[in-house]
Structure formats: structure tokens, C-alpha cells
Design a protein around this ligand. Structure first.
Ligand code: B12
Length: 227
């Protein structure tokens, strides 16, 4: 959110105009979900809060005001549109609060010694970065001692690892043990076909699929906050 290049491109402006139309239509139909979707789409294309407020929500409410003045919609329609916009504003602020909170958390990503399969790890890195986390990607084949020393130096809140090869579980355990020495507070989120027999336990979450990662890291960070 809000991390776009300085100058908005024509495509970005066109997208905002389209979303403004969708948002206004949703307001006039009393469609809160449709309004929320338009705003989420705007966040997804990197629109800043100011752009969403100024280029989407405000013009839609001006249109509602004009239609009401011309007697084309009722006072109730106008009130409903305003209420929906107020709820959407709250949603927008909450999404930003979560993204800001995540920016404070550092997530370190690595594959253990001998492991070269890192496409999933890259995908995970992208998802976490997109969610707002501060991501530190160490990549493939990181010896446990080096991972532990990086964890001591960069102080990640969570370490994410992937393991594909058979025997991967042992290498992941060695890495976890070493990191725990240098960074006892770190949580772990791990996945990959090499970990089929590994089970989650407090502080260590085993995942099956990439889309699980943001939720797993969120939960790990929350757990650390509670300790
Ligand atoms: C690309 C590839 C390579 C590339 C990797 C390049 C790179 N930069 O990553 C290279 C050429 C290096 C390679 C090498 C080898 N490979 Co290879 N490789 C593959 C291949 C074709 C694709 C892997 C991939 O990227 N998949 C896509 C990603 C997105 O999916 P994924 O890794 O399966 O992860 C999914 C889940 O496990 C989960 N996930 C994984 N990690 C994590 C972590 C977290 C935190 C979370 C939330 C989720 C998660 O998310 C994904 C799905 O949502 C697979 C084929 C296959 N069926 O997977 C073989 C495969 C994995 N390779 C295999 C083998 C045998 C090897 C070699 C031993 C071959 C050789 N004799 O040299 C070497 C070993 C290298 C090493 N030391 O690691 C076998 C492994 C079989 C096994 N279990 O024993 C496979 C399955 C091929 C096969 N059918 O035989 N390989």
C-alpha cells in the first residue's frame, strides 16, 4: 500500500477511474460488499490512502449528493451510501494498521544445507513482502551455523524454511536447534515435500501450501507478542 512510483501512470489513473465508477455503482445499489471489493482492489493496485479517499470515495459521494439534490435518489439512499463509506473507511484504516504492524516484523527465509529447491521459498517471500513484512531472503543451501549467525545478527521474528529432498526433516531440525541458540525468541514456519512426516508444535508451524504462509507467520508473531 502506498509504495508506488512517485508519478502515477496513465494505466494507474485509468484503473482508479474504473474503480471509482464501480464504487459509486455499489453505493447507489446499497451494495456494501461491492464497495469493499472496489476499495480492496484499489489497495491491491497500490493506491495510496489519499488516492482512495480523493479519487474514489469522495467523487462517489459527490455524485450521490448531486443525485439527491436533483431528487433522483432519496435521503435514505444518501444516508446508506454515507454509512457504507464510513464502514469502508474503517476497513481501509484497519488494513493499513495491519500492514504497518507487519513492517515492524522481520522474517528470514532460507533453505537448509544441501537444499537447492527454492521456488516455493521465493513465492513465500513475495507473499510476505506483499503483506507488509520486512523480508530477508537468504536463499538456497544455507548451513545451519550460518543461518544461526545471521539470525543472531538480523534478529528475525520468524524464520521460514523449505525442504524438498528426502531427509529434509533432519536438516530442518538441525537448523532450528542452531537458530534457537542464537535467537531463542524466533518462531519457525516450515514447509515442503521433504517434511511430510513433520508435525507442528508450539513455536514451529508446518505448512502444506504457499497461501498458508501469511496466516502462519501472523499467528507466530502474535504468539511471540503474548509471551
Ligand atoms: C526445479 C527443480 C529442481 C531445480 C531447483 C531450482 C531452484 N532454484 O529451485 C534443480 C535443477 C536445482 C533441481 C535439482 C535436483 N532435484 Co529437483 N526438481 C525441480 C522440480 C522440477 C520443481 C520444484 C519446484 O520448484 N516446484 C514448485 C514449488 C512451488 O512447489 P514445491 O517446491 O513442491 O512446494 C510446494 C509445497 O511443498 C509448499 N512448500 C514448499 N516449501 C514451503 C515452505 C513454506 C514455509 C510453506 C508455507 C509452503 C511450502 O508450497 C508449494 C505448493 O504450495 C521438481 C518436480 C516436482 N514434482 O516438484 C523436482 C524434484 C523436487 N527434484 C528432484 C530431485 C531428485 C532433484 C535432484 C536430486 C536431481 C539430481 N539428481 O541432481 C537435485 C537435488 C538438488 C538439491 N541438492 O536440492 C525430485 C525430488 C524427489 C524426491 N522427493 O526425492 C523431484 C520431485 C523431481 C522428481 N519427480 O524426481 N531440481
Amino acid at each position: 500500500m502506498g509504495d508506488r512510483p512517485e508519478k502515477p501512470t496513465e494505466a494507474h489513473e485509468a484503473k482508479l477511474t474504473e474503480l471509482q465508477r464501480l464504487y459509486a455503482t455499489a453505493l447507489l445499489m446499497g451494495d456494501e460488499i461491492g464497495a469493499e471489493i472496489a476499495i480492496r482492489d484499489a489497495m491491491d493496485v497500490g493506491a495510496s490512502t489519499a488516492e482512495i479517499d480523493d479519487a474514489i470515495i469522495a467523487p462517489a459521494l459527490w455524485l450521490v449528493g448531486d443525485l439527491w439534490e436533483r431528487g433522483e435518489i432519496t435521503v435514505a439512499d444518501e444516508h446508506l451510501a454515507t454509512e457504507i463509506s464510513i464502514r469502508v473507511l474503517a476497513l481501509q484504516r484497519e488494513a493499513q494498521r495491519v500492514a504497518h504492524a507487519r513492517r515492524e516484523q522481520r522474517i528470514m527465509l532460507a533453505a537448509p544445507a544441501g537444499e537447492l529447491h527454492i521456488v516455493a521459498l521465493r513465492m513465500i517471500g513475495d507473499l510476505l513482502r506483499e503483506a507488509g513484512y520486512d523480508v530477508l531472503m537468504l536463499g538456497a543451501d544455507v548451513p545451519a551455523a550460518d543461518l544461526a549467525s545471521a539470525a543472531g545478527r538480523y534478529e528475525p521474528d520468524v524464520v521460514c524454511m523449505t525442504s524438498t529432498l528426502p531427509g529434509g526433516m533432519d536438516r530442518i531440525w538441525v537448523a532450528i536447534d542452531e537458530v534457537q541458540e542464537s535467537r531463542p525468541d524466533a518462531g519457525f514456519v516450515v514447509g515442503g515435500r521433504g517434511l511430510a512426516r513433520m508435525r507442528s508444535e508450539p513455536g514451529i508451524q508446518v505448512c502444506q501450501r504457499i497461501p498458508e504462509v501469511v496466516e502462519a507467520v501472523d499467528a507466530m508473531v502474535k504468539r511471540a507478542d503474548l509471551n
